[in-house]
Write a protein that binds this ligand. Sequence first.
Ligand SMILES: [Mg+2]
Length: 332
Amino acid sequence: MSETTTTEPKRAKIAICYDFDKTLSPDDMQTFTLIPSFGMNAKEFWDQSNELAKSNLMDNNLAWMYQLIQYSKLKRLPLQKDYFHEIGKKVPLYKGVDSWFSRINQYAEKKGIEVEHYIISSGLKEIIEGSAIAPFLKRVYASSYLYTADGVAEWPAQAINYTNKTQFIFRIAKGCFEEYDERVNDSMDDEQLYIPYENIVYIGDSATDIPCMRLVKSKGGYSIGVFDPAKNARKKVYQLFGDGRINYYAPADYSARSDLTRYMKQIIDEIATREVIKAEQKLLRRNADAYKAYTLLSSMADTIEPSIPAKNMKKLHASIQKMKDSIDGNID
Ligand SMILES: [Mg+2]
């Protein structure tokens, strides 16, 4: 019998996944600095890009990514990673976002839970990576460019939208993080998951988030719809809640006394309690599983007894007895 080693119990993990535009930041990230740098206003840019998508049956994200490259050439403003990072620094965030991550991490830690934060956004990865919250993020899944040898954006590397946002929920649950890792499609038992689906939270604001919201909620996790606190426009969240797509809705206020903070603490509390129950059940299952194996082996031994040598049979009975002794309580 192999020696049992005592290891620290693995701390349960929670993944909080965020959309970015209008979820953590009050507008589309391209709107603040990038589009004005071409001497355009945001409406003009989006109208043109949406028209380009419509008239060419293009994905909306591929359309704006193409259009950015076209304008950068026209204005002789090369789109480089450093430039996007600079823009990221200037992207405003909703109230409380700057301190949200460490507050939530601390709260969860007290409950014995580790939180990982992920972005799943249609916006630009390079801009998010330049923003103040980047150090708190385990991973940023977002649209991104392929760069030339000179470091200039040339072609889309990833364009993320609607249902293809959901692949990242599977990646996070299964721990297959790299965008090219095809094992994400392999079937995996719940026990083997890197983060169980019921420990995943998704926060988003709009239609592009619906597939993720639905997926997370239907697998026992938590989806939250947020709306701009200043505009207080709630039509979307009422619809999402009414259609059963979200578990909560709240203003996008991430400060300590906000509804969102309260809901997140409730979720962490519920997950922490469930983890305690799961651990108790694991202990209870040990005896029940051993009993099941014992009865199976015993009946198998009875069946094969006439056909095998007595010496081997003696050995088998000894191991069956050993197994019986390891089970707590009287099972006769
Ligand atoms: Mg959004």
